[in-house]
Unconditional design. Structure first.
Length: 130
């Protein structure tokens, strides 16, 4: 709650000293929609995006709901597309390894795997012996 109150105080101060201006009626433009998409993709909070645009959070949600809901997915798909192209069309070994480890469920074996397997085998042998 303290952070929210501080943010409101900063917003009010910014309005009072003229850093930002709240307009009586907000009309979204292609440029503002693009900016909301970009800022949302970067992980900027809705409160900070609203402050940047000079509108309240409710107005942001009212006029930019689609952008707020889809921007991160769109950005992730763009990055995933680049990675996929590097892994499949290029000779990018790092991209191929990353893809297989994350999407193909490949992983490197280590000593812990061997210990876990040995423990499990011993448990099964003990269970069969009983």
């Amino acid at each position: 709650m303290a952070i929210c109150g501080a943010r409101k105080a900063i917003s009010k101060l910014a309005l009072d000293i003229g850093i930002i201006k709240m307009t009586a009626k907000h009309e979204p433009t292609d440029a503002s929609r693009s900016k909301v998409c970009a800022l949302t993709s970067f992980g900027i909070t809705q409160e900070d995006i609203a402050l940047y645009l000079g509108i309240c959070v409710d107005t942001l949600a009212k006029h930019y709901r689609f952008e707020l809901d889809t921007a991160v997915t769109h950005a992730n798909s763009m990055v995933a597309n680049k990675l996929f192209k590097k892994a499949t069309e290029g000779d990018e070994l790092a991209a191929q390894i990353f893809w297989l480890k994350t999407r193909g469920r490949w992983r490197e074996k280590d000593a812990e795997d061997k210990t876990r397997l040995e423990t499990r085998v011993e448990q099964l042998i003990d269970k069969l012996a009983d």
